[in-house]
Ligand binder design. Structure first.
Ligand code: IVH
Length: 635
């Protein structure tokens, strides 16, 4: 179940219990906080209860919460608030006695937790000793695993055929509740502290923000993004800001905790049966939701790769409705043990295609069950397996309508030729009516041709024609990217354009020349050679040229003889590949050598230059950096 589904059920239960108090159970989740799960550690009773937090997904509710506090407690001025990111990890409590870490526990049900002191001692962000003399200090916070460490851990688990963790939170929980502290130590866990309680307050800490500063001074990791706000509007702005930005953080956050800053006011407000009145949580729109798999469809991509896609009962996730989620390949179907009718958890992270995380409930009445296809659903050709790859392929590259559509859709897309207006439905019509079979055909179409399509009026037909015509002189990098060469994406296309300057040069390039480019390996080089040796592709290139689709040649510096008689050695990491600098030197009449000798005129050194630099120094050869090099050409 996703968070929002739990929260909605929880709120429904609260309403029902208010209406029918006779049915309220003594151990209702509205009374008790969380649960401890399986017991394998000793229990510790918390000295002061760990409360939960009320939460909301609505800004209006936040404003209401604040207004109600002000009204109920007759506050004339806006009380100050502290906004903190709500870290999606595990709540823990640490107790320090005489400035030494004495014991630590999980939250458990808020009253009793588990003693996990030994495991907590392995976490670097938790200080063992405090700099200041303190009789007793309790610190609470959230233990979490950074997203990058989570990815690495799952990679490792995959390599060792271990169990994969569904998200960083589960990974942190699994790592913390290990009986063997060595395992905990091997996992990269960290902690943010968000609460402190001193037995005697000699420090005169009278607000939450001062407490955070104090915790920081004692060596605790306090999340640096917290903010003191003067009113609820500032707090709402903070929530809006982080809803957009949270993807960029290396830790998972599921909302913002908003706390009244003043301790005097906090004490006055107190607690309800399960949560403080002086704090509340705003939860970000969920990235995970559960829904039903209505069907498993087969998608045939532009390269012929066949991938299963789950068609879903539409769900609203972080700002948009999701109807499909990729299942990647047929092994993934087995791994997830997923079938039509199952309830699944769907995740949508920014700019990533929605994905199925796991099955939460298998279908009880199986109406139909998924079978791996044998024939291409688009053209009926028998599918083939390719060595070393988990995917199935449709080998009918030239005739398969799905592949043709895929190639045209890719050709017009943003990072390729960027032809506005030619959407998927227009591409589908053009291909289904046999008007287009390759990207070159687009440039043969007339305004009248577009008028034949469904729902296209005079004006949009003209617009489509104009858009296509005006795309005829793309940059070389865009053009290379649009060709859809296997393994060649936007970045690689840019490297190729910069190195070869024209399409002709790229076509004539040798394996060695391509493979020598920094960032391009054997696999890509082979794929490029393969592409240009294919007669279908050559016909496409010829036709494109015929219809006037000609990429711009890259600007080459006018040659000079500035470097005539000079020999350069290039070493270390520069702002571009060494080949690019070698080309500039050669264009200006200079020579490039791979080893330093007395005859070397200059060593152009980037970062981490290594032994060539040492040799240059010992021979007294002049060493220049990139700036000085640029000045030399500029002179
Ligand atoms: S304050 C009485 N601050 O959210 C105040 N909690 O339901 C209670 N959490 O599991 C907690 N980040 O561990 C607070 N900056 C933060 C937090 C935070 C995450 C967790 C907390 C608990 C849940 C509250």
């Amino acid at each position: 179940m996703s968070d929002i589904e739990y929260d909605n059920l929880f709120k429904e239960l609260e309403t029902l219990e208010r209406e029918y108090p006779e049915y309220k159970l003594p151990d209702s989740p509205t009374v008790k906080v969380g649960s401890t799960g399986a017991k394998k550690f000793a229990q510790i009773k918390h000295k002061v209860r760990l409360y939960s937090l009320d939460n909301t997904y609505s800004y209006d509710d936040l404003a209401l919460w604040y207004e109600r506090l002000k009204k109920n407690y007759s506050l004339d001025n806006d009380p100050k608030l502290v906004c903190e990111l709500k870290i999606d990890g595990l709540a823990i409590s640490l107790t320090y006695k005489d400035s030494e870490f004495s014991f630590g526990a999980t939250r458990g049900d808020g009253i009793t937790g588990e003693n996990i002191t030994n495991n907590l001692r392995t976490i670097k962000a938790i200080p063992q000793k405090l700099p200041e003399k303190l009789a007793e200090l309790e610190v609470r916070g959230e233990v979490f695993m950074p997203k990058s460490s989570f990815d690495r851990l799952n990679q490792l688990q995959r390599e060792n055929n271990g169990k994969l963790f569904a998200n960083p939170r589960n990974a942190a929980a699994g790592s913390l509740r290990q009986l063997d502290a060595q395992i905990t130590k091997s996992r990269d866990l960290s902690m943010f502290a968000y609460y402190g309680r001193l037995d005697s307050n000699e420090q005169n800490i009278d607000s939450h923000s001062k407490m955070l500063e104090f915790l920081s001074s004692q060596g605790f990791n306090v999340n640096p993004e917290y903010k003191v706000c003067n009113n609820i509007q500032e707090a709402i702005n903070y929530c809006k800001y982080w809803d957009k930005k949270r993807q960029q953080l290396d830790y998972a956050t599921d909302g913002v905790v908003i706390k009244i800053d003043s301790f005097i006011l906090q004490n006055e407000l107190g607690f309800t049966s399960r949560a403080p009145r002086w704090a509340t949580a705003f939860k970000f729109p969920p990235e995970e939701m559960s829904t039903i798999v209505e069907d498993i469809e087969i998608n045939v991509g532009r390269s012929g790769a066949v991938t299963p896609v789950a068609r879903l009962d539409p769900v609203y996730i972080s700002g948009s409705t999701v109807q499909r989620a990729t299942l990647h390949n047929f092994d993934e179907i087995k791994r997830l043990n997923i079938n039509i009718g199952d309830r699944v958890l769907i995740k949508k992270a920014a700019e990533i295609i929605p994905k199925v995380i796991c099955v939460t409930q298998h279908a009880t009445d199986k109406k139909s069950s998924f079978v791996k296809p044998e024939y291409c659903p688009s053209c009926g050709t028998k599918l083939v397996e390719q060595e070393g790859e988990v995917n199935l392929y449709c080998p009918n590259h030239l005739g398969c309508p799905s592949q043709i559509k895929g190639r045209i859709e890719y050709w017009v897309s943003k990072d390729c030729m960027d032809i506005d207006g030619v959407g998927d439905s227009i591409v589908a019509q053009l291909v289904d009516r046999g008007m287009v079979t390759t990207p070159a055909d687009l440039y043969r179409l007339t305004v009248d041709d577009f008028l034949k399509l469904d729902l296209i009026a005079e004006k949009s037909a003209q617009n489509l024609y104009d858009e296509i015509s005006s795309s005829k002189n793309p940059t070389l990098a865009r053009f290379i990217n649009s060709l859809g060469i296997r393994h060649v994406g936007k970045e690689t296309s840019e490297l190729l354009a910069r190195r070869f300057l024209s399409l002709e040069n790229l076509k004539n390039a040798s394996f060695e020349e391509i493979q020598k480019i920094d960032g391009i390996g054997d696999k890509i080089a082979l794929s490029i050679l393969d592409f240009f040796s294919n007669s279908f592709n050559n016909e496409l290139l010829q036709n494109l040229k015929l219809y006037g689709v000609i990429p711009q040649e890259m600007q080459v510096n006018e040659g000079s003889d500035k470097f005539k008689g000079l020999t350069f050695v290039i070493t270390g990491t520069l702002s571009d590949t060494r080949d690019v600098f070698a080309d500039i030197i050669k264009q200006n009449g200079g020579k490039v050598s791979s080893s330093v000798s007395k005859k070397t005129s200059y060593v152009l050194a980037g970062d981490n230059p290594g032994s060539k630099l040492t040799k240059a120094e010992s021979l007294g050869v002049k060493i220049i950096n990139e700036n000085e090099f640029n000045q030399l050409i500029g002179e």
